[in-house]
Write a protein that binds this ligand. Structure first.
Ligand SMILES: NC(=O)c1ccc[n+]([C@@H]2O[C@H](COP(=O)([O-])OP(=O)(O)OC[C@H]3O[C@@H](n4cnc5c(N)ncnc54)[C@H](OP(=O)(O)O)[C@@H]3O)[C@@H](O)[C@H]2O)c1
Length: 258
């Protein structure tokens, strides 16, 4: 018998309040990590966040939600400093903040472009930059980026989104090259068709949903836990020898629908 044990680990999940991020928060915490997760602070989500914290605590875990504008680099750095002062370190960073909108390239304004690159890519950069020094000094760290299958097939929404997610892959490659010898292992997970608010918003018509589902060889939409389980695995000792990888979790859709 073996279990995944993150008891002595501290994690920060950027965008960890709902969908895939909430499941990552919950599973990391239930594996024993002390988890800080961020959200926009939107009052509409308050109940959902307190349910998440209660669920984790009823399972014996520890998760703390923090309202953080993902594009406020100073607040991101302050949060990392706070975590280190409260917990003595930070071992795991998950960059999950993301937003997508399906439209044609001609419909993307200059402002849209900047804002989608920012929310999907710059937010991850701010998180990564805030933790690199302390992880390098500790000689250990796990950075897990959440990308998208759009980097392989261009699908799933806008050109700006696909470009930003591809930028995250470049970030992952750089981080491995520059920081692996200092103990920081970085990987990127590319989800596809996971049942979350983001997906429901994009496929709100039942007919469109059926068409989409029929394209998934395993026969179902993904669940947030399908991604969260992978994050926990990579964050644990079982993932220690995996570095610089792009892991596609898509029920086979990308490979078999080309
Ligand atoms: N669902 C899919 O099929 C799919 C496919 C490919 C890739 N992905 C990627 O997987 C990740 C999670 O997707 P999801 O479907 O779970 O998305 P989601 O349900 O929309 O959740 C997005 C998360 O990001 C947070 N967030 C958004 N904008 C933010 C901001 N400006 N500042 C701080 N936090 C912000 C949200 O916080 P609030 O709760 O406060 O709004 C929420 O926790 C994203 O990076 C997405 O691109 C998803």
């Amino acid at each position: 018998m073996f279990t995944i044990d993150l008891q002595d680990k501290v994690a920060l999940v950027l965008g960890g309040s709902r969908g895939i991020g909430a499941s990552i928060t919950e599973m990391l915490a239930c594996a024993g990590a002390a988890v800080y997760f961020t959200h926009t602070g939107n009052p509409d989500n308050a109940e959902r966040i307190s349910d998440l914290v209660d669920r984790v605590s009823s399972e014996g875990g520890e998760a703390l939600g923090v309202a953080l504008d993902a594009l406020d680099s100073k607040s991101t750095e302050d949060l990392v400093r706070r975590i280190v002062s409260e917990k003595g370190g930070l071992d795991i960073l998950v960059c999950n903040v993301g937003r997508n909108l399906a439209r044609l390239p001609e419909e993307i304004t200059d402002q849209d472009w900047k804002s989608f690159i920012d929310i999907n890519l710059t937010s991850a950069f701010y998180g990564v930059r805030a933790v690199l020094g302390l992880m390098a000094a500790a000689g250990y760290g796990k950075i897990i980026l959440i990308g998208s299958s759009a980097v392989f097939d261009g699908g799933g929404g806008g050109l700006d989104y696909a470009a930003a997610k591809a930028g995250m892959t470049g970030m992952m490659t750089y981080l491995c090259r520059a920081y692996l010898r200092r103990g920081i292992r970085t990987n990127i997970i590319h989800p596809c068709v996971i049942e979350t608010d983001l997906l429901k918003e994009r496929y709100n018509d039942p007919e469109k949903r059926r068409t989409l589902e029929a394209q998934i060889p395993v026969g179902r939409f993904g669940k947030p836990e399908d991604i969260a389980g992978l994050v926990v695995f990579l964050a644990s000792g079982f993932g220690d020898y995996i570095c610089g990888q792009e892991i596609l979790a898509d029920g086979g859709r990308t490979m078999y629908n080309k």
